[in-house]
Design a protein around this ligand. Sequence first.
Ligand code: ZN
Length: 245
Amino acid sequence: MRKRCYAIALTPLLGCSLLLAGCKPKGLVSRSQEVEIGREASREVERQYPVNEDPQLNKLITQIGRNLAQYSDRQDIEYKFKILDLKDVNAISLPGGWIYVYKGLIDATKGNRDELAGVIAHEIGHITARHHADMIGRQTYAAILVGTLTKGDISQIASIFADLSLLRWSRKHEYEADKLGIKCMYRSGNYNPEGLISFFDKLLQMQGREPSEFEQIFRTHPVTSERIARARAYLADLRAGKADP
Ligand code: ZN
């Protein structure tokens, strides 16, 4: 019932977004507003979805995440890493630095640290490129134009990100986050960037074999063979010195 309410509430905002497509609202949301929205959304996510508190698993995710985050191009925020106790193979990021890896995704990597690092680096990529600001902008651009964000606006935007069933990135965002993730892994030297690509290969195979059972696989970040080819080509360019590390 709750999800349906969101969908209805969002309809007029999405309508605005179509009219304003092509505008570049990224700069409208300040860093502090972004963090405030993320904090509110993370509270909402943790109210609605179970958080996995396993100390070993959390230590692993946090270690990998912090290690990678120090090589990100964006250092003006604090990155936070948590696990959602959901069986879907997915991971999400929220504005301002919150990253949640699903337990189902950790299981799917079967303990392969390079694959796990690939997914986390990709999520760091979304935050680095401020992709959430694009999403915020598309949905509330008109409201933001007429004044500063109120507490109510922030809650409303946070609730958009907290409804995990609605989150889905565009192909453009995915290609960019893949590149930034691979770059981050390459710079760190601690993880093999091939991990992201082998994880994508694995997902494609799983999707082909068990389409219904794995319907939720990486739903927020759809994997296609084009995406894998682009990631592979970019990594080859990095290694050959044809792309800036
Ligand atoms: Zn993504």
